[in-house]
Each structure stands twice: as structure tokens, then as C-alpha cells.
Design a protein around this ligand. Structure first.
Ligand SMILES: Cc1cc2nc3c(=O)[nH]c(=O)nc-3n(C[C@H](O)[C@H](O)[C@H](O)COP(=O)(O)OP(=O)(O)OC[C@H]3O[C@@H](n4cnc5c(N)ncnc54)[C@H](O)[C@@H]3O)c2cc1C
Ligand code: SF4
Length: 462
């Protein structure tokens, strides 16, 4: 019988999973998925669909699961979302589709994300061999960056018959899905499978190409014959606190820490000897998904005490609720209403501690969140040997600097039309984190999809 609460997600127990990098959440089996799907009341005016940035026909795919038609469910999902195994794992559903689910008014909302993951995983197990399509006749388009924005845009354009080339600065495609989000939340194999499905559509991938350095956008268009370019280069430039001691050895940006672990395979420790100092006592500054990922990764690599240091309270933490919950279960120590003031070091230049100040909540600020206010004479020192800063990222300035025709905001984001991705440079479109600043996978995908439609129209009207 369908219950008032979501069917619980089976997980590896906390004390076991901190010793490995295997996936934490294990997924629903068929019976549980059908049971959860039956909790959906198939609303005539389904609010969940408008809560989804790519407009998945949620009631329809859930109904298919309830009927045991899993192929029908995945087909419905794939009409709007080409990366469902990824979105089912990392989308902030509680802020989107599930937040407005009508069942959620009285009971717990339908586990839409868990059902999406179920359908995608079912397909991965039952997928038929795809034959490779080759779009040699189509017009050439270039995609800069292989994160969710670039991948989605590439897939949509390939399906329209274009000859698509993705240029990626790293040696591996996937963007944050590969170098940021850790293995225990999003297995790399799944990302690669979804990328391979796109490559099978005939998309060409050129890695180790830094646009703006190896070749410019203008050269791509004027010398290499690309009719249009989509820039999905993300927001990979970390912000720092600008406090004394941030240049000490043992201070990382979360980006650097996670990239080393993910792309240099520290997660396969001890088989891989990756140069990454983990430390015994680690402070992670920030409380978003990136901070949770860094903290939980440090713990898995052997740190004994890991602190989340955040100047606001739990209510304001931007991370997904499930990740906060998992981090707590894994023994991460939350030091809330605590503001770092200085990183302390020894005479050899290594971190020895983090000087902090206690805060209390005052009146709401411009973001609507209650402003943290310092409590006088409340300084204290946290005994740590590694500090990881996870307070946000901005776009790398390389592309705007090498492409002066591209208008940017004062924060360095490329200015682009929200619904088309149109930029100030003719034939150049942009979307994802490079436009919005650090956001979400599904928003980046939505932007890639919209831009593909606009690029097609632009090329046809040329
Ligand atoms: C650690 C971490 C955890 C996160 N967790 C979540 C989560 O749980 N849920 C969620 O929805 N979102 C999460 N996010 C945010 C989400 O991953 C991003 O919003 C999303 O990946 C943005 O997609 P994108 O395609 O715009 O950029 P990216 O994923 O950043 O991809 C950009 C790509 O462009 C490449 N590139 C950059 N410059 C150039 C250049 N000059 N030439 C060629 N290539 C270039 C980069 O190497 C990269 O591969 C997380 C982010 C991080 C960092
Ligand atoms: S709002 Fe909730 S109950 Fe209604 S159709 Fe969507 S998922 Fe089902």
C-alpha cells in the first residue's frame, strides 16, 4: 500500500561507507519503485512539471513505472532529459519538482528523483547496443566545454543533424560531473556511459584543447568553418576568503582538492599514490554541495576530524538536504555560526589552525536570509592542519579575455539571453555556470538545450 512517507532509499551504513568511495545511495528495486510510483496521484494540473527546469513529463513517466513499463518510463524521461542517471542522483529535487508536488502538501512528496534514478538505472542494465550515427553531411558547430551544458547542447544539435565538435580543456569529458562531484555520489562509470551515448550520436570530442589559448573562438569561426559556437565553460575559478594566512601550505580551494582526488584517482587509494595532502584535522569553509563533497572526501581519505565551518545557521545551508544528512551520519562535525578570521601557520609555512569568531543571526539581508552578526570577544582557535575553502566559484576569465567581443557582467559571467543563450557576439551562444555563476546540473542542461534550438534557427536564417 502507498504510504504517507517516501519509500526510504537503501544506503550503505555510515560507519562502513566512510572507509570506501562506493556509492552511498543504493537505489530502489522494482517492487519499491512501483510502490513509490503509486504514491503519485496523477494530478490534472501537475505542479511538478513546472518545477522541473527541463519540463520532464513527470506524471507520465511515474505512471509508466507504476504499470511496470520501465522502458516506457525511460523513453518519456529521455524526451526531455538526456542525462537521467545523473540528474536522478544529483538534482536538488527538494527545491524543484518535489517542492511543489501536490502529495507534499499533506504528506511527503513523491520521490521523483529516486524514481528518475530507478528508470535510468533500469535502462543501463537493459540497454541495447546503440549503433553509431555519423553526421558527416551536416554543418559544423563547436561546443566549448564538456560539462552538462555543453554535453546537452551537443546532443541536441547532433540529433538535428549537425556535425558537432566538443572542445574540452581537461583530458577527460564531463566537467564538474567528473572532476567535482565525488565517486560516492556520482560514479564516474555512469557519467562516462552517458557521455558515450552522446558520442554515439556522432559527436566528436577533442580533449586537451583550451579555447582562448590553443585556439580562439574567432579562429574557430573564421578559419575552421564553424557556423556557430556554444560556450559552456562553467565556473571553475574558486573564490577565496581574503583573510590572512590563506597562502599557507595546506590551504586548498575545494576545486583543487576535489579535482586532484577525482582526476588523479586518489579515490582508488591505496592502489593510486596521488599527491594530495589530506591532513588529520580538516576544516572545510562553506556549506554548499561543494563543501559537503570536500568534507566527506577528506574523511574517506583518512582525516580523523573534519569540520564544516559556516557563518550562518543550518537553515541557510545551501547544500542538498540529503547530502547534509549523509555528512552528519558520516561524522562530519558542523561548526555553524562560525566565521573564519585567519589561517594560522608555523615557521615552515604549514597550517596549524583556523582562528574563528562566533556569530549570531541578526535581521534579514538583501538575500532574505538572516544576516550573521559577530559576537564580541568570541574568538577561538580550531586545531586543524588542512583548510579547504568552498565558498563558491566564478568563471575563468580566459575566454572573455581572448574574445573581447563577448560582453560580461561585473562578476565576469558571459552575458547571454536566458531563453536562447544569445551573446553579444554574432553566432556565439553561451549557457550554464559561465552565464549564471555556480548553479545546478539541470539548469546547465536546460541552458544547453535552449541554446541548441536557437543555434539551429540562427544557422538556418543565416
Ligand atoms: C563539487 C561540486 C558539487 C556539485 N554538486 C551538485 C549537485 O549535487 N547537484 C547539482 O545540481 N549541481 C551540483 N554542482 C553544480 C553543477 O555541477 C554545475 O552547476 C554544473 O556542472 C555546471 O555545468 P556547466 O556545463 O555549465 O559547467 P562545468 O560542469 O563546469 O563544465 C565546464 C567544462 O568546460 C571546460 N572548460 C572551461 N574552460 C574551457 C576552455 N577555455 N576551453 C575548453 N574547455 C573549457 C571545463 O574543463 C569543464 O569541463 C556541484 C558543483 C561542484 C563543483
Ligand atoms: S505533483 Fe506530485 S502527485 Fe501530482 S503528478 Fe506531480 S509527482 Fe504526481
Amino acid at each position: 500500500m502507498a504510504g504517507t512517507k517516501k519509500n526510504p532509499m537503501p544506503c550503505q551504513p555510515g560507519e562502513e561507507r566512510v572507509k570506501n568511495f562506493l556509492e552511498v545511495a543504493l537505489g530502489y528495486d522494482e517492487d519499491v519503485a512501483i510502490n513509490e510510483a503509486k504514491r503519485c496521484i496523477q494530478c490534472k494540473n501537475p505542479k511538478c512539471v513546472s518545477g522541473c527546469p527541463v519540463g520532464i513529463e513527470i506524471p507520465k513517466f511515474i505512471e509508466k513505472i507504476a504499470e511496470g513499463d520501465f522502458q516506457g518510463a525511460i523513453d518519456t524521461l529521455k524526451e526531455k532529459n538526456s542525462l537521467p542517471a545523473i540528474c536522478g542522483r544529483v538534482c536538488p529535487q527538494e527545491e524543484q519538482c518535489e517542492k511543489v508536488c501536490i502529495v507534499g502538501i499533506k504528506n511527503e512528496p513523491v520521490g521523483i528523483g529516486r524514481l528518475e534514478r530507478f528508470a535510468a538505472d533500469w535502462e543501463r542494465k537493459n540497454r541495447k547496443e546503440q549503433s553509431k550515427i555519423s553526421n558527416t553531411e551536416g554543418k559544423k558547430v563547436a561546443i566549448v566545454g564538456s560539462g552538462p551544458a555543453g554535453l546537452t547542447c551537443a546532443g541536441e544539435l547532433a540529433k538535428m543533424g549537425y556535425q558537432v565538435t566538443i572542445f574540452e580543456a581537461f583530458h577527460q569529458a564531463g566537467g564538474v560531473l567528473m572532476y567535482g562531484i565525488p565517486e560516492f555520489r556520482l560514479p564516474k562509470e555512469i557519467v562516462q556511459e552517458e557521455i558515450n551515448a552522446l558520442l554515439n550520436l556522432g559527436v566528436e570530442l577533442k580533449t586537451n584543447v583550451v579555447i582562448g589559448q590553443t585556439i580562439t573562438i574567432k579562429e574557430l569561426m573564421e578559419e575552421e568553418g564553424y557556423e556557430a559556437v556554444f560556450v559552456g565553460s562553467g565556473a571553475g575559478l574558486p573564490y577565496f576568503l581574503n583573510i590572512p594566512g590563506e597562502n599557507l601550505n595546506g590551504v586548498y580551494s575545494a576545486n583543487e582538492f576535489l579535482t586532484r582526488v577525482n582526476l588523479m584517482r586518489a579515490y582508488l587509494h591505496p592502489q593510486w599514490d596521488t599527491p594530495v595532502k589530506v591532513g588529520k584535522k580538516v576544516a572545510v569553509v562553506g556549506a554548499g554541495n561543494v563543501a559537503m563533497d570536500a568534507a566527506r572526501t577528506a574523511k574517506r581519505l583518512g582525516a580523523e576530524d573534519v569540520y564544516i565551518v559556516y557563518r550562518r545557521s543550518e537553515d541557510e545551508m545551501p547544500a542538498r538536504i540529503e547530502e547534509i544528512h549523509h555528512a552528519k551520519e558520516e561524522g562530519i562535525d558542523f561548526r555553524l555560526l562560525t566565521n573564519p578570521m585567519e589561517v594560522l601557520g608555523n615557521s615552515e609555512g604549514w597550517v596549524t589552525g583556523l582562528k574563528c569568531l562566533k556569530m549570531e543571526l541578526g535581521e534579514p539581508d538583501s538575500s532574505g536570509r538572516r544576516r550573521p552578526v559577530p559576537i564580541e570577544n568570541s574568538e577561538f582557535e580550531l586545531d586543524v592542519d588542512v583548510v579547504i575553502i568552498a565558498i563558491g566559484q566564478g568563471p575563468n576569465p580566459l575566454i572573455p579575455r581572448s574574445t573581447p567581443e563577448l560582453q560580461t557582467s561585473k562578476w565576469g559571467n558571459i552575458t547571454a539571453d536566458e531563453s536562447t543563450g544569445n551573446t553579444s557576439m554574432e553566432g556565439v551562444f553561451a549557457g550554464g555556470d559561465v552565464v549564471t555563476g555556480a548553479a545546478t546540473v539541470i539548469k546547465a542542461m536546460g541552458a544547453g538545450k535552449n541554446a541548441a534550438v536557437a543555434m539551429d534557427q540562427y544557422i538556418k536564417n543565416k
